[in-house]
Design a protein around this ligand. Sequence first.
Ligand SMILES: NC(=O)c1ccc[n+]([C@@H]2O[C@H](COP(=O)([O-])OP(=O)(O)OC[C@H]3O[C@@H](n4cnc5c(N)ncnc54)[C@H](OP(=O)(O)O)[C@@H]3O)[C@@H](O)[C@H]2O)c1
Length: 293
Amino acid sequence: MKLGFVGLGAMGQLIVPQLMTAGHQVTGWNRSRDKAAPLIKAGMRWADTPRGVAEQSEIVFSIVTDAKAVRSVALGPDGIVSGIGKGCIFIDMSTIEPEESRAVAEEFEKAGAIMLDGPLSGSPVTVKAGNASIMIGGDEEAYERVKPVLLAIGPKVTRIGGNGLACQMKIAVNLLLMVEVVCFGEAVALAEKGGVERAVALDAILKSVAASPVLGYRGPFILEGNMPKVPLADVTLQQKDMLLALNLGRRLGSPVPLAAAANEMMNACRGLGIDANDFVVAHQVYRRLGGQA
Ligand SMILES: NC(=O)c1ccc[n+]([C@@H]2O[C@H](COP(=O)([O-])OP(=O)(O)OC[C@H]3O[C@@H](n4cnc5c(N)ncnc54)[C@H](OP(=O)(O)O)[C@@H]3O)[C@@H](O)[C@H]2O)c1
Protein backbone atom coordinates (compact mmCIF):
# COMPACT_ATOMS: atom_id res chain seq x y z
CA MET A 1 0.00 0.00 0.00
CA LYS A 2 0.98 3.64 -0.31
CA LEU A 3 1.59 4.79 3.26
CA GLY A 4 2.53 8.15 4.72
CA PHE A 5 4.49 8.76 7.90
CA VAL A 6 4.79 12.06 9.78
CA GLY A 7 7.16 12.28 12.75
CA LEU A 8 10.48 10.48 12.46
CA GLY A 9 11.65 10.74 16.07
CA ALA A 10 12.79 7.79 18.18
CA MET A 11 9.60 5.82 17.44
CA GLY A 12 8.89 6.88 13.85
CA GLN A 13 12.43 6.04 12.79
CA LEU A 14 11.89 2.45 13.92
CA ILE A 15 8.36 1.98 12.61
CA VAL A 16 8.99 3.17 9.03
CA PRO A 17 11.55 0.43 8.22
CA GLN A 18 9.09 -2.19 9.45
CA LEU A 19 6.41 -0.88 7.11
CA MET A 20 8.87 -0.86 4.20
CA THR A 21 10.06 -4.39 5.03
CA ALA A 22 6.43 -5.52 4.85
CA GLY A 23 6.41 -4.30 1.23
CA HIS A 24 4.66 -0.94 1.64
CA GLN A 25 5.75 2.23 -0.12
CA VAL A 26 6.32 4.92 2.52
CA THR A 27 6.42 8.69 2.01
CA GLY A 28 7.63 10.55 5.08
CA TRP A 29 8.09 13.98 6.62
CA ASN A 30 9.73 15.26 9.79
CA ARG A 31 10.08 18.81 11.12
CA SER A 32 13.86 18.35 11.25
CA ARG A 33 14.75 16.83 7.90
CA ASP A 34 18.14 15.48 9.03
CA LYS A 35 16.42 12.67 10.97
CA ALA A 36 14.95 11.37 7.71
CA ALA A 37 18.33 10.87 5.99
CA PRO A 38 18.88 7.18 6.94
CA LEU A 39 15.28 6.35 6.02
CA ILE A 40 15.55 8.10 2.64
CA LYS A 41 18.71 6.09 2.04
CA ALA A 42 16.74 2.94 2.87
CA GLY A 43 14.06 3.76 0.29
CA MET A 44 11.58 6.10 2.00
CA ARG A 45 10.25 8.87 -0.23
CA TRP A 46 10.37 12.41 1.13
CA ALA A 47 7.56 15.00 0.93
CA ASP A 48 8.12 18.65 1.81
CA THR A 49 5.02 18.96 4.01
CA PRO A 50 2.58 16.72 5.93
CA ARG A 51 0.07 17.73 3.25
CA GLY A 52 2.41 16.36 0.58
CA VAL A 53 2.66 13.10 2.52
CA ALA A 54 -1.13 12.80 2.71
CA GLU A 55 -1.59 13.58 -0.99
CA GLN A 56 0.47 10.50 -1.88
CA SER A 57 -0.92 8.06 0.70
CA GLU A 58 -3.90 5.81 1.34
CA ILE A 59 -3.12 5.60 5.06
CA VAL A 60 -1.18 8.30 6.90
CA PHE A 61 0.47 7.75 10.27
CA SER A 62 1.79 10.33 12.71
CA ILE A 63 3.76 9.93 15.92
CA VAL A 64 4.88 13.22 17.46
CA THR A 65 5.45 14.53 20.98
CA ASP A 66 2.14 15.89 22.23
CA ALA A 67 -1.29 17.28 21.30
CA LYS A 68 0.17 20.64 20.21
CA ALA A 69 2.46 18.82 17.79
CA VAL A 70 -0.41 16.62 16.53
CA ARG A 71 -2.57 19.69 15.87
CA SER A 72 0.32 21.30 14.05
CA VAL A 73 1.05 18.37 11.70
CA ALA A 74 -2.59 17.34 11.26
CA LEU A 75 -4.48 20.64 11.16
CA GLY A 76 -1.84 23.36 10.69
CA PRO A 77 -0.98 25.11 7.43
CA ASP A 78 -0.03 22.34 4.98
CA GLY A 79 -1.30 19.81 7.53
CA ILE A 80 -2.34 16.24 6.80
CA VAL A 81 -6.05 17.12 6.66
CA SER A 82 -5.49 19.48 3.74
CA GLY A 83 -4.00 16.71 1.59
CA ILE A 84 -5.86 13.56 2.64
CA GLY A 85 -8.18 11.90 0.11
CA LYS A 86 -11.86 11.15 0.74
CA GLY A 87 -12.27 7.85 2.58
CA CYS A 88 -8.56 7.69 3.40
CA ILE A 89 -7.41 6.98 6.95
CA PHE A 90 -5.20 8.97 9.32
CA ILE A 91 -3.81 7.07 12.33
CA ASP A 92 -2.23 9.17 15.07
CA MET A 93 0.02 7.03 17.29
CA SER A 94 1.10 9.83 19.66
CA THR A 95 0.20 9.61 23.35
CA ILE A 96 -2.16 12.57 23.84
CA GLU A 97 -5.35 13.55 25.70
CA PRO A 98 -8.44 11.60 24.50
CA GLU A 99 -10.44 14.82 24.04
CA GLU A 100 -7.67 16.37 21.92
CA SER A 101 -7.64 13.27 19.73
CA ARG A 102 -11.44 13.41 19.35
CA ALA A 103 -11.27 17.08 18.37
CA VAL A 104 -8.75 16.32 15.62
CA ALA A 105 -10.88 13.35 14.46
CA GLU A 106 -13.85 15.70 13.98
CA GLU A 107 -11.82 17.82 11.56
CA PHE A 108 -10.95 14.73 9.50
CA GLU A 109 -14.60 13.70 9.42
CA LYS A 110 -15.51 17.15 8.08
CA ALA A 111 -12.92 16.60 5.32
CA GLY A 112 -14.51 13.25 4.38
CA ALA A 113 -11.63 11.21 5.84
CA ILE A 114 -11.35 8.97 8.91
CA MET A 115 -9.05 9.38 11.89
CA LEU A 116 -8.18 6.61 14.31
CA ASP A 117 -6.17 7.05 17.50
CA GLY A 118 -3.54 4.30 17.53
CA PRO A 119 -1.16 4.78 20.46
CA LEU A 120 1.52 2.21 20.87
CA SER A 121 2.69 0.51 24.03
CA GLY A 122 6.36 -0.42 23.99
CA SER A 123 9.72 1.26 24.01
CA PRO A 124 12.18 1.49 21.10
CA VAL A 125 13.48 -1.90 22.31
CA THR A 126 10.04 -3.50 21.97
CA VAL A 127 9.38 -1.86 18.60
CA LYS A 128 12.76 -3.00 17.25
CA ALA A 129 11.97 -6.54 18.38
CA GLY A 130 8.67 -6.32 16.47
CA ASN A 131 6.73 -6.81 19.69
CA ALA A 132 4.91 -3.51 20.24
CA SER A 133 1.24 -3.49 21.12
CA ILE A 134 -1.11 -1.10 19.32
CA MET A 135 -4.46 0.09 20.63
CA ILE A 136 -7.03 1.56 18.26
CA GLY A 137 -9.87 3.98 18.88
CA GLY A 138 -12.42 4.81 16.21
CA ASP A 139 -14.54 3.38 13.42
CA GLU A 140 -14.66 -0.43 13.40
CA GLU A 141 -14.69 -0.82 9.63
CA ALA A 142 -11.67 1.48 9.28
CA TYR A 143 -9.95 -0.58 11.99
CA GLU A 144 -10.47 -3.77 9.97
CA ARG A 145 -9.00 -2.05 6.90
CA VAL A 146 -5.83 -0.92 8.68
CA LYS A 147 -5.29 -3.98 10.86
CA PRO A 148 -3.15 -5.94 8.32
CA VAL A 149 -0.86 -2.90 7.99
CA LEU A 150 -0.60 -2.46 11.78
CA LEU A 151 0.39 -6.11 12.16
CA ALA A 152 3.62 -5.22 10.34
CA ILE A 153 4.52 -3.02 13.34
CA GLY A 154 3.53 -5.36 16.15
CA PRO A 155 1.64 -8.62 16.67
CA LYS A 156 -0.81 -7.26 19.27
CA VAL A 157 -3.42 -5.00 17.70
CA THR A 158 -6.62 -4.33 19.64
CA ARG A 159 -9.61 -2.09 19.04
CA ILE A 160 -10.43 -0.50 22.38
CA GLY A 161 -13.60 1.35 21.30
CA GLY A 162 -14.62 4.67 19.74
CA ASN A 163 -12.44 7.71 19.03
CA GLY A 164 -10.21 8.74 21.94
CA LEU A 165 -10.63 5.52 23.88
CA ALA A 166 -7.29 4.10 22.75
CA CYS A 167 -5.63 7.29 24.06
CA GLN A 168 -7.60 6.87 27.30
CA MET A 169 -6.35 3.27 27.58
CA LYS A 170 -2.78 4.15 26.69
CA ILE A 171 -2.64 6.68 29.55
CA ALA A 172 -3.93 4.01 31.94
CA VAL A 173 -1.31 1.53 30.69
CA ASN A 174 1.45 4.09 31.08
CA LEU A 175 0.32 4.91 34.62
CA LEU A 176 0.86 1.25 35.45
CA LEU A 177 4.21 1.11 33.66
CA MET A 178 5.51 4.30 35.24
CA VAL A 179 4.55 3.34 38.79
CA GLU A 180 6.09 -0.08 38.25
CA VAL A 181 9.45 1.30 37.08
CA VAL A 182 9.58 3.99 39.80
CA CYS A 183 8.69 1.42 42.48
CA PHE A 184 11.41 -0.83 41.11
CA GLY A 185 13.92 1.92 41.98
CA GLU A 186 12.38 2.17 45.45
CA ALA A 187 12.67 -1.59 46.00
CA VAL A 188 16.28 -1.84 44.80
CA ALA A 189 17.32 1.16 46.94
CA LEU A 190 15.68 -0.45 50.00
CA ALA A 191 17.45 -3.76 49.40
CA GLU A 192 20.78 -1.97 48.88
CA LYS A 193 20.43 0.09 52.04
CA GLY A 194 19.98 -3.16 53.96
CA GLY A 195 23.22 -4.56 52.55
CA VAL A 196 22.23 -6.43 49.37
CA GLU A 197 24.47 -5.73 46.36
CA ARG A 198 22.64 -3.91 43.57
CA ALA A 199 23.31 -6.57 40.94
CA VAL A 200 22.07 -9.26 43.33
CA ALA A 201 18.91 -7.26 44.15
CA LEU A 202 18.25 -6.73 40.46
CA ASP A 203 18.72 -10.40 39.67
CA ALA A 204 16.42 -11.44 42.54
CA ILE A 205 13.65 -9.09 41.38
CA LEU A 206 13.93 -10.22 37.77
CA LYS A 207 13.67 -13.86 38.90
CA SER A 208 10.66 -13.15 41.14
CA VAL A 209 6.96 -13.16 40.29
CA ALA A 210 7.14 -9.34 40.32
CA ALA A 211 9.31 -9.37 37.17
CA SER A 212 7.84 -7.96 33.95
CA PRO A 213 9.03 -7.22 30.40
CA VAL A 214 9.66 -3.53 31.17
CA LEU A 215 11.73 -4.31 34.27
CA GLY A 216 13.56 -6.98 32.27
CA TYR A 217 14.96 -4.57 29.69
CA ARG A 218 15.16 -1.42 31.84
CA GLY A 219 16.44 -2.97 35.06
CA PRO A 220 20.01 -3.51 33.87
CA PHE A 221 20.31 0.25 33.12
CA ILE A 222 20.71 0.99 36.84
CA LEU A 223 23.90 -1.07 37.06
CA GLU A 224 27.11 0.98 37.17
CA GLY A 225 27.90 2.50 33.75
CA ASN A 226 24.88 0.89 32.07
CA MET A 227 22.56 3.90 31.70
CA PRO A 228 21.98 4.33 27.92
CA LYS A 229 23.29 7.58 26.38
CA VAL A 230 20.07 7.80 24.35
CA PRO A 231 17.25 7.10 26.82
CA LEU A 232 14.37 4.84 25.78
CA ALA A 233 12.13 7.54 27.25
CA ASP A 234 13.62 10.41 29.23
CA VAL A 235 12.15 12.00 32.35
CA THR A 236 10.36 14.77 30.40
CA LEU A 237 8.70 12.44 27.87
CA GLN A 238 7.54 10.04 30.56
CA GLN A 239 6.43 12.78 32.95
CA LYS A 240 4.16 14.08 30.16
CA ASP A 241 2.14 10.88 30.50
CA MET A 242 1.87 11.22 34.29
CA LEU A 243 0.55 14.75 33.80
CA LEU A 244 -1.99 13.31 31.33
CA ALA A 245 -3.02 10.76 33.99
CA LEU A 246 -3.32 13.43 36.69
CA ASN A 247 -5.46 15.65 34.45
CA LEU A 248 -7.67 12.75 33.40
CA GLY A 249 -8.07 11.67 37.02
CA ARG A 250 -9.20 15.17 37.99
CA ARG A 251 -11.52 15.55 35.01
CA LEU A 252 -13.13 12.13 35.43
CA GLY A 253 -13.12 12.11 39.25
CA SER A 254 -11.03 8.95 39.42
CA PRO A 255 -8.19 9.20 41.97
CA VAL A 256 -4.64 8.48 40.77
CA PRO A 257 -2.49 8.91 43.92
CA LEU A 258 0.31 6.72 42.57
CA ALA A 259 0.50 8.87 39.42
CA ALA A 260 1.04 11.85 41.74
CA ALA A 261 3.86 10.04 43.54
CA ALA A 262 5.53 8.99 40.28
CA ASN A 263 5.20 12.56 39.00
CA GLU A 264 6.92 13.92 42.13
CA MET A 265 9.80 11.50 41.62
CA MET A 266 10.22 12.96 38.12
CA ASN A 267 10.31 16.45 39.69
CA ALA A 268 13.06 15.21 41.99
CA CYS A 269 15.04 13.91 38.97
CA ARG A 270 14.69 17.38 37.47
CA GLY A 271 15.85 19.06 40.68
CA LEU A 272 18.90 16.83 40.85
CA GLY A 273 19.74 17.55 37.20
CA ILE A 274 19.54 13.89 36.14
CA ASP A 275 16.44 14.29 33.93
CA ALA A 276 18.20 13.82 30.59
CA ASN A 277 18.37 10.10 31.50
CA ASP A 278 15.88 7.32 31.00
CA PHE A 279 13.26 7.68 33.73
CA VAL A 280 14.46 4.50 35.47
CA VAL A 281 17.04 6.96 36.90
CA ALA A 282 14.44 7.56 39.68
CA HIS A 283 16.37 4.82 41.49
CA GLN A 284 19.13 7.40 42.11
CA VAL A 285 16.65 9.74 43.80
CA TYR A 286 15.72 7.02 46.29
CA ARG A 287 19.38 6.32 46.98
CA ARG A 288 20.08 9.97 47.69
CA LEU A 289 16.96 10.37 49.87
CA GLY A 290 18.08 7.35 51.87
CA GLY A 291 21.57 8.74 52.42
CA GLN A 292 23.26 6.36 49.95
CA ALA A 293 25.95 7.88 47.73
N1 LIG B 1 9.80 6.62 23.38
C1 LIG B 1 8.94 5.71 23.82
O1 LIG B 1 9.31 4.75 24.54
C2 LIG B 1 7.49 5.82 23.46
C3 LIG B 1 6.69 4.66 23.57
C4 LIG B 1 5.36 4.72 23.21
C5 LIG B 1 4.80 5.92 22.79
N2 LIG B 1 5.59 7.03 22.72
C6 LIG B 1 4.92 8.29 22.30
O2 LIG B 1 5.24 8.52 20.94
C7 LIG B 1 5.33 9.93 20.70
C8 LIG B 1 6.69 10.24 20.09
O3 LIG B 1 7.69 9.74 20.96
P1 LIG B 1 9.22 9.62 20.50
O4 LIG B 1 9.88 8.76 21.53
O5 LIG B 1 9.34 9.29 19.06
O6 LIG B 1 9.70 11.14 20.74
P2 LIG B 1 10.91 11.94 20.10
O7 LIG B 1 12.04 11.04 19.72
O8 LIG B 1 11.17 13.06 21.05
O9 LIG B 1 10.29 12.52 18.74
C9 LIG B 1 9.29 13.51 18.76
C10 LIG B 1 8.82 13.76 17.34
O10 LIG B 1 7.81 14.77 17.38
C11 LIG B 1 8.17 15.82 16.46
N3 LIG B 1 7.60 17.09 16.91
C12 LIG B 1 7.57 17.59 18.16
N4 LIG B 1 6.93 18.79 18.18
C13 LIG B 1 6.56 19.04 16.90
C14 LIG B 1 5.86 20.10 16.29
N5 LIG B 1 5.41 21.15 16.98
N6 LIG B 1 5.64 20.02 14.96
C15 LIG B 1 6.09 18.96 14.24
N7 LIG B 1 6.75 17.91 14.77
C16 LIG B 1 6.99 17.95 16.09
C17 LIG B 1 9.68 15.80 16.48
O11 LIG B 1 10.21 16.50 15.38
P3 LIG B 1 11.76 16.98 15.41
O12 LIG B 1 12.56 15.76 15.04
O13 LIG B 1 11.84 18.06 14.43
O14 LIG B 1 12.05 17.46 16.82
C18 LIG B 1 9.94 14.29 16.41
O15 LIG B 1 9.71 13.79 15.12
C19 LIG B 1 5.06 10.62 22.05
O16 LIG B 1 3.70 10.97 22.15
C20 LIG B 1 5.39 9.52 23.05
O17 LIG B 1 4.72 9.69 24.28
C21 LIG B 1 6.93 7.00 23.01
